[in-house]
Write a protein of this length. Structure first.
Length: 172
């Protein structure tokens, strides 16, 4: 089973009387979910904690620097492929980062209003869990895919969600 992370940097733009909440998404340029929007993130490397992975992947993919302690754990997602655990994904959000997002070989970053997230150009499961995560909730989810590898060509067939439950792992 693959252990992976997703990280959603957040910021507020606009004026005090008319603020716009934004999230930094990437258009992924290679690997799983190539061509789709997602948060920065990727697979854990040996010896790395999920939090360290989220920081490293965000730096590698879009050049933003994040202090690991400012990352807020927002979810734990299990993606099943044909009944087997394929990926366990730790989801984080933060409002604390430095640098300007930059396009790399892996990703093209884009600040997007949270009311305008392009769910039709994302993993099909995202529409079920990401809105709540962007509203500050915590999610534990299981998502079922069928049809064999790779996961991003399999069919999304069902899901179960629990909101604001205690998260399973110690890396919170
Ligand atoms: N169903 C799904 N919904 C979702 O929103 N994100 C998913 C997902 N299944 C996998 N992901 C994310 C989790 C993780 O951030 C990423 C894993 O993609 P990759 O295997 O391409 O990993 P990497 O970006 O580490 O790739 P490399 O650096 O090329 O090894 O995809």
């Amino acid at each position: 089973m693959i252990e992976a992370t997703l990280c959603f940097p957040r910021r507020t733009r606009g004026t005090e009387s008319d603020p716009t909440e934004e999230v930094l998404l990437i258009e992924k340029r290679r690997g799983l979910g190539d061509g789709w929007y997602n948060g920065p993130g990727g697979k854990l490397e040996d010896g790395e904690t999920p939090r360290e992975c989220a920081v490293r992947e965000t730096r590698e993919e879009v050049g933003l620097e994040i202090d690991p302690e400012t990352l807020e754990k927002a979810g734990e997602l299990t993606f099943l492929l044909d009944g087997e655990r394929h990926t366990f994904c730790h989801v984080y959000r933060t409002r604390s980062f430095s640098g300007e997002p930059t396009t790399t070989e892996e990703a093209r970053p884009e600040w997007v209003p949270v009311d305008d997230v392009p769910y039709d150009q994302m993993w099909e499961d995202d529409q079920f869990w990401l809105p709540g995560v962007l509203e500050g909730e915590t999610v534990v989810g299981e998502f079922r895919f069928e049809g064999g590898q790779p996961l991003d060509e399999a069919e999304f067939v069902g899901h179960d969600l629990e909101w604001n439950e205690h998260l399973e792992t110690t890396d919170t």
